[in-house]
Design a binder for this molecule. Structure first.
Ligand SMILES: NC(=O)c1ccc[n+]([C@@H]2O[C@H](COP(=O)([O-])OP(=O)(O)OC[C@H]3O[C@@H](n4cnc5c(N)ncnc54)[C@H](OP(=O)(O)O)[C@@H]3O)[C@@H](O)[C@H]2O)c1
Length: 258
């Protein structure tokens, strides 16, 4: 039996590593044609070469460059004639207190985590509206619900992604476009090594095991199949999400002890 995603055209940003790479591979294994986007072209080409049985199209692009975003959309349309799913996944972290954060780093983070996602979405909307069908997956974070110490800017970007997704979902429903927010908890990827930081502490992952990016990818595909509106990953994060809504003072007290 053909999979739900068979022959669908999917664009995944940030597909050179971590959650994006696993999501692209999972869509590919489900029979989709997948455009994989990130800055490191050689890594994208290697992923495609290592998976010749999958239909992966590497397009190197810096998504903070609007001309590069338009180039990705044009190439995808030229190759495949349509775009069914956009996964806005590319993102970076910033670990620092508000007092020590450099404004240029805060702007850079917002540029990648929020404005690039906005521009990619704006570029794909006319295509999906014309098709009267499409799905947009925005990767936020559990820190888009619960802000913790030293993650103010990152959290702000991920809160913004959730709010943006909620509004977009309402606006685009009548055009047949569904929007899902994904809120992963701690996932073992190079994210922590890559995040903007001002001391060695900032490079460290958390001192307990995280979920695998392949698991997050599986959840993303399931969320698309069932056209979910928002999915929080891991039971503990779901408990935190719930506690934050009903007992915000208690959650603040717990987090302040960290
Ligand atoms: N890991 C976690 O615990 C966790 C938890 C919650 C949410 N998330 C979110 O999940 C998403 C993926 O993160 P990850 O954990 O998979 O981290 P990752 O392994 O560091 O992946 C980040 C991806 O973003 C790409 N990227 C960064 N800047 C870019 C730019 N300007 N243009 C194009 N691509 C760019 C990187 O590729 P290049 O360097 O090749 O450009 C890379 O493929 C992020 O939005 C992150 O905020 C992660």
């Amino acid at each position: 039996m053909k999979s739900h995603f068979h022959d669908q055209v999917v664009i995944v940003t940030g597909a050179s590593s971590g959650i994006g790479k696993e999501t692209a591979l999972a869509f590919g294994r489900a029979g989709a044609r997948v455009v994989i986007v990130a800055r490191r072209g050689e890594v994208l080409r290697q992923i495609a070469a290592e998976n010749p049985q999958l239909r992966l199209l590497p397009i190197p692009a810096d998504i903070t460059d609007s001309a590069a975003i338009n180039g990705v959309i044009e190439t995808a349309l030229c190759e495949f004639g349509r775009i069914d799913i956009l996964v806005n996944n590319a993102g970076i972290g910033l670990r620092a207190t508000v007092a020590e954060t450099k404004i240029e780093d805060a702007r850079r983070l917002m540029e990648i985590n929020f404005f690039a996602l906005l521009q990619f979405t704006q570029a794909v909307l006319p295509v999906m509206r014309q098709q009267e069908r499409g799905q947009i997956v925005n990767v936020s974070s559990i820190l888009g619900v619960i802000a913790t110490k030293q993650h103010s800017i990152y959290s702000a970007s991920k809160f913004a992604v959730r709010a943006f997704s909620d509004s977009l979902r309402l606006e685009e429903k009548r055009h047949g476009i569904a929007v899902v927010s994904i809120l992963p908890g701690y996932t073992e990827t190079p994210f922590f090594k890559n995040q903007i930081h001002y001391g060695e502490l900032g490079r460290r992952a958390l001192p307990f095991p995280g979920q695998s990016p392949a698991h997050v990818a599986k959840v993303i595909l399931r969320a698309c199949r069932h056209r979910r509106r928002e999915v929080t990953l891991t039971a503990i994060c779901n408990a935190g999400h719930w506690a934050k809504r009903f007992f915000p003072g208690f959650v603040d007290w717990c987090l302040s002890k960290q």
